[in-house]
Write a protein that binds this ligand. Sequence first.
Ligand code: B12
Length: 213
Amino acid sequence: MRGKGEIMADLAKSVETWDMELVQRSVNEAIEAGISPSDIIKEGLGKGMDEISRMFDEAKVFLPQVVAASKAMELALKILEPCMKTSDIGHTEHIVIGSVKGDIHEIGKNVCAAMLRGSGYIVIDIGTDSSVDEFLEKAREVGAPVVAASALMTTTLTVQKELVNEVNKEGLTVKVLVGGAPCSQQWADEIGADGYSASGAEIVSLAKRVLDE
Ligand code: B12
């Protein structure tokens, strides 16, 4: 069997080169080697996405290549999803998750949704480009105590603030989690969100913490 380092390198390369065959092979190999889904995403696939992102910044690749890498990432997540069942603790809480209005980035949101589902939460994914009203209407409809809003652009971060403001204005008890690459703990504190985490791996403990509060 190959070492963890080699498998991780292949995982990164599979996204970076949007090689679907390598995605399937390396993700399955990583699962068989007992590497955790969060390590596979963070230390493997995510590194490939980081590299694509760096090359995009340096204008060495363009949007079609980023889309292709995203498709590779999506395929990897699909293969990984059944392995994300960390326990059968059977939470009964619903969590509404979506990418905010104006934002069509969904890979990070999908990772978070998969992690939460794997931990037993009932996750309602309202998709991308979701308005504040859509988040809150869905939360009301299913009685969700938590909404999780993903924003990947500095221009769409403000929608997270609008969401928190609306929750406060309406006097709702729903907790708001925020995340996405340009988001930070400082931003979450500034807008009065209930929680922030930098990665999908941490969103599970974050959800538990705000639900226990
Ligand atoms: C892939 C990608 C795309 C893909 C998206 C495909 C898809 N199906 O999602 C495509 C090609 C469509 C795309 C389009 C665009 N993109 Co783009 N994209 C990216 C890229 C390279 C990677 C994002 C990604 O998927 N990362 C991998 C995932 C796993 O990480 P993540 O999203 O950060 O999520 C993790 C954490 O943040 C956290 N998390 C995420 N959400 C949440 C939510 C909660 C509640 C919590 C707690 C945690 C959490 O957990 C996740 C898992 O660990 C980034 C670069 C970057 N470094 O982010 C640019 C980037 C986000 N894009 C950018 C831009 C500008 C665009 C476009 C405007 C490009 C254009 N000129 O047309 C459009 C935007 C369209 C729109 N209206 O949204 C900019 C944003 C700049 C800014 N700061 O505002 C970036 C930063 C690239 C750059 N350096 O310029 N993009």
